[in-house]
Design a protein around this ligand. Structure first.
Ligand SMILES: C[S@@+](CC[C@H](N)C(=O)[O-])C[C@H]1O[C@@H](n2cnc3c(N)ncnc32)[C@H](O)[C@@H]1O
Length: 247
C-alpha cells in the first residue's frame, strides 16, 4: 500500500473518526507521529496548532504527505526512517503517537519492544505515548479463515470512480500474523481500469503483550479504550487504544 499513496487515500482519506481524539489529546504540543502516511492525521493536528514531526519508512508516503502539506500551506517536519530506530535525541518530544494500526505493521516482538523503547527514549519525562491497534473482534474475517478466503468488496466513491477490492486472507495463528493480498481495480478515466496487487502483513498482538512491553519501557498506562469515545476496552471492541505516560 505504501507504494501507492493515491490508493491509500482513495481507501482511507475520508476516515475521520479518530481525528478529534488526536486533536484533543495532543493540543498544541510538539508531537511525533510514527507512520505518518499521507498526513491524514498530521495535517489536522498541524492545523489545530500542534508542532508535528511525521516519520515514515516509505518515501512514496512521505512525498505524498509533503505535497499535501505544501498545498495546505502547513509546516510539518517529515522524516524518512523506521519507527524502531528513531533519528532523534533523548527527550525531543512532548508526545509520540502511532494512529490507525501502524503498530500492527511491526511483525515481531523484538521489533515491537524496540519501537516502544525508542518512543520512550525520545519523549520527555511525563510525556505522552498513544497508539491504536487492530482489535481481534473487528478483524475476525482476517483471522477466522481456513487458510485462504476470498471476499469482494465494492467501495466506490464518486460516480465513475469505483474501486473494486478483492481480498484474500491467510492467518498464521502460531505467529499471530495475518497476511492479505488485495487486488485493487480502479477506474481511472473514461472507463479505463487499472489493477494493483498489494501485499499486507500485520501482527495481532495480545493486550498483555502490549502492557508488558510498555511497562518494560517505563510507561504508565493512563487509558485503555475500545473506541474513540473512550468506551472500556472489551472482547468486542472496535479498536485497542492506549494512552500512557513516560515515567
Ligand atoms: C495504516 S498507515 C497509517 C498512516 C497515517 N498514520 C494515518 O493514520 O492515516 C501505516 C503507515 O505506517 C508506515 N509504516 C509501517 N511500518 C513502519 C515502520 N516500521 N517504520 C515507519 N513507518 C512505517 C507505512 O508506510 C504507512 O504509511
Amino acid at each position: 500500500m505504501e507504494e501507492f499513496p493515491s490508493l491509500y487515500d482513495l481507501t482511507y482519506a475520508d476516515y475521520q473518526e479518530d481525528i478529534p481524539f488526536w486533536i484533543d489529546l495532543i493540543g498544541r504540543t510538539e508531537v511525533l507521529e510514527l507512520g505518518v502516511g499521507t498526513g491524514r492525521v498530521a495535517l489536522p493536528l498541524a492545523v489545530a496548532g500542534a508542532g508535528v514531526t511525521g516519520l515514515d519508512h516509505s518515501l512514496q508516503m512521505i512525498r505524498s504527505a509533503r505535497n499535501k502539506m505544501t498545498q495546505a500551506g502547513s509546516r510539518i517536519n517529515l522524516v524518512y526512517s523506521d519507527l524502531t530506530r528513531l533519528p532523534f535525541s533523548e527527550g525531543s518530544f512532548a508526545s509520540v503517537i502511532c494512529p490507525f494500526s501502524t503498530i500492527n505493521y511491526v511483525t515481531d516482538l523484538a521489533a515491537l519492544r524496540r519501537a516502544f523503547s525508542e518512543a520512550r527514549r525520545v519523549l520527555r519525562k511525563g510525556g505522552l505515548f498513544a497508539f491504536e491497534a487492530l482489535s481481534w473482534h473487528t478483524y475476525d474475517r482476517w483471522l477466522n479463515n481456513d487458510g485462504l478466503q476470498h471476499v469482494v468488496d465494492r467501495v466506490g466513491k464518486a460516480p465513475g470512480e469505483p474501486i473494486d477490492i478483492t481480498y484474500s486472507y491467510q492467518f498464521d495463528a502460531a505467529h499471530q500474523i495475518a497476511t492479505q493480498e488485495r487486488l485493487y481495480r480502479v477506474t481511472v478515466a473514461d472507463g479505463v481500469r487499472k489493477e494493483y496487487l498489494i501485499h499486507w502483513r500485520n501482527r495481532f498482538a495480545f493486550r498483555a503483550e502490549y502492557l508488558l512491553l510498555l511497562e518494560d519501557s517505563r510507561f504508565a498506562i493512563e487509558l485503555e479504550a475500545g473506541d474513540y469515545q473512550g468506551s472500556t476496552y472489551s472482547h468486542d471492541a472496535e479498536a485497542y487504544i492506549v494512552v500512557c505516560r513516560a515515567v
